[in-house]
Design a protein around this ligand. Structure first.
Ligand SMILES: [Zn+2]
Length: 296
């Protein structure tokens, strides 16, 4: 058994999981900002799951130095720099490993969706349509971390024709259009925005159609990038925007089929058949963190 803890901007979610990713206990509390409170709350979640000093994996946003267990620049939690693995490990008397939150969610999604709660075989990509846009890559049940930890950062590939400025310093990054944060800026009149955009577009609202087409085009680009760069068996789509559910996935399928018209190459790739939603509410971030803790 290992403990997995997913630290987000608003909540901390923990699971006690076995090596297949099956969950044996859960705990969820609100997150509080600041180094000391993040450590305290993480330790509290771990202790509530088991009294045993089992290995702990932690998924957290920000820049991750996995080797030294240090996380930097988590704006939503007021963290500039925190030696999270050492601080939590010392209190629990257990080994602690930290992961980028999208990578942890990828590992969890691959286990939950990709292989009937076993680590999925082959290559599985997790595409996070969350506040930002990023992908995590899992090969035969193990994370591909790349050479610098920046693997899967496709949100900052500047291919979007709208050329909107991005906080990263470029223009036209996919993340300026194809993620929950971007859609909320493009369509501020409804929260969540994406279901409202799709509903109004279906009713013929021209502005909703314009925004819908922008967003679907950028999501289509993101899917093609991961499909063609990694040739995955499955592309698991999660994050807040994915909670739009069937209306969004139907629209994504239509966009990908439209692209394949008259293109034997894309027709053969058959990207729509590889896309799966991540089950709403599944604690994939925490499950993946637990699986990462079990890696040697
Ligand atoms: Zn960018």
């Amino acid at each position: 058994m290992t403990i997995g803890i997913d630290i987000g901007g608003t909540k901390i979610e923990g699971v006690l999981a076995d090596p297949t990713g099956a969950v044996h206990a859960t705990c969820r509390i609100s997150a509080r900002p600041g180094n000391d409170l993040v450590v305290e709350d993480t330790v509290r979640v771990a202790r509530s799951l088991t009294g045993m000093p089992v290995p702990v994996g932690i998924g957290i946003p920000g820049q991750i130095d996995a080797e030294h267990g240090v996380v930097r620049n988590v704006v939503n939690l007021g963290i500039t720099e925190l030696a999270l693995a050492d601080e939590v490990g010392a209190r629990l008397g257990a080994p602690v490993r930290i992961e980028n939150d999208v990578n942890a969610a990828a590992l969890g999604a691959a286990a939950v969706v990709g292989g009937e709660r076993k680590a999925g075989t082959g290559t599985v990509v997790f595409l996070n349509l969350g506040t930002g846009l990023a992908a995590g890559i899992v090969r035969d049940g193990r994370l591909d971390r790349g050479s610098t930890g920046a693997i899967g950062e496709i949100g900052h590939v500047p291919v979007d024709p709208n050329r909107l400025p991005c906080p990263c310093g470029q223009r036209g990054c996919l993340e300026t259009v194809a993620c929950g944060g971007a859609v909320a800026r493009l369509w501020p009149s409804a929260d969540p925005a994406m279901p409202d955009i799709l509903r109004r577009a279906a009713q013929g609202d021209p502005e909703a159609r314009r925004v819908r087409d922008m967003v679907l085009h950028a999501i289509g680009d993101a899917l093609q990038i991961v499909a063609q760069a990694y040739d995955p068996r499955l592309i698991l789509v999660g994050g807040g925007m994915a909670r739009t559910g069937a209306p969004l996935f139907d629209a994504i399928g239509a966009e990908m089929r439209r692209r394949a018209e008259g293109c034997p190459f894309l027709t053969t790739l058959d990207i729509p058949s590889r896309v799966r939603p991540v089950p709403d509410g599944a604690p994939i971030g925490a499950i993946g963190a637990a699986l990462a803790a079990a890696e040697e």
